[in-house]
Design a protein around this ligand. Sequence first.
Ligand code: HAM
Length: 426
Amino acid sequence: MLQKPKGTYDIYGDRALIQLYFRKLVEALMDKYNAKYIETPIFEASELFHRGVGETTDIVSKETYDFKDRGDRNLTLRPEGTAGVVRSFIENKLYAENLPLKLWYMGPMFRYERPQAGRYREFYQFGVEAFGSDDPMMDADMIGVVVNLFNILGLKGVSVNINTLGDRESRESYRKALLEYFKPYLGDLCEDCQRRYEKNPLRILDCKIDSGKEIMKNAPKMIDYLNEESKRHFDKVQEYLKAMGIDFKVNSNIVRGLDYYTHTVFEVQADIEGFGAQNTLAAGGRYDHLVEFVGGPSVPGVGFAVGLERLFLALEAEGIDIRKCVYPDVYIFNADEKQKPYVLALANHLRLAGFNVEIDYKTRNFKSNFKRADKVRAKYIIIIGEEEVQNKFLTIKNNVTKDEYKVELDNLIEFLDEKLGDDDED
Ligand code: HAM
């Protein structure tokens, strides 16, 4: 039998519900930030990622899905969302709009990594890219989106880690310091790092092979090479985060696995016991030269992406079920065939009034209907028999407490509003 490719998974059943609910929640949250939705192609010209994400990064040098199409074009399945959004921002001249412009996306990304818990070859990201402001206020606001999202979901065991990579000038003095520091140890570094030393020594700090070595621990720290402007930017980000009541740690080890960052970088980690190695739920930072680098005007940007699989694992680890809201509010069934039109009309009426409604399409017996109502996790059950139709009242059962109510048809919406409102407050 044919099977799904290694490192991929199907989205169905409970997981599909979680994904759909998450999307709804994100849509509502993005409206609050005046962020606009964007979709870009799943594949792009390979050159975009080589240029944008960086030739010497692991993502580009080892993990991309590259292919040639039948027209001999070099294409790559997107390993991340930022480069494509930047390409689209330039190509569609979105910079001519009223900046700053915040764009959000949610979709699959592809990296040829070794699959393990929380690490896939096809995985989903929700991300935001904010263009047109170099103010540290935007950095703080973007970190705030992630923190708010996790708070709304009720996730508790997370920590926000921030660092700065400084501006170009600071990066250059840091680069020189790294070259000088690593020079005598070149032989101790892995082959990749020896190449990185020539091309992009900052990447050495991100090496998975060399990361545990003593020489890494004593390597120069970016924070000691910041110029005044970079220091000021980072101080402001921290001041704004404090003003928003966001707890964070400055962690000088965060260099990020992509080349485009300047100034602020951040990662949000799950601190849940036994969670596993893949504990970075969200990550991002500022990229003030990327738009220009990809061929556009000089427009600064800052953004982040949340990994959906890891986030859902973290929610599961904390026993949080975000599907609660997407079960039917009401399950309606009829005693015999004759009441079918009534059931359909009532279901329509309730759906238009904003309730989630499931009905019995088959006229099952009572026992099977109660079973099905449980299976679909309906909150209330309405049973329609001859008497209910004649006398315009309804028999409603709370499917959890099993309490039963007789309600006039005219009072039904009010009744459900009140009851479901109460339930939500639990
Ligand atoms: P990234 O750190 O490469 O950044 O990925 C962001 C998040 O995607 C990670 O923190 C993780 O949750 C998830 N992720 C990455 N790789 C995998 C994988 N193989 N399996 C499952 N989840 C994964 C970026 O992609 C940047 N584009 C973020 C950004 C946006 N920076 C600025 N704007």
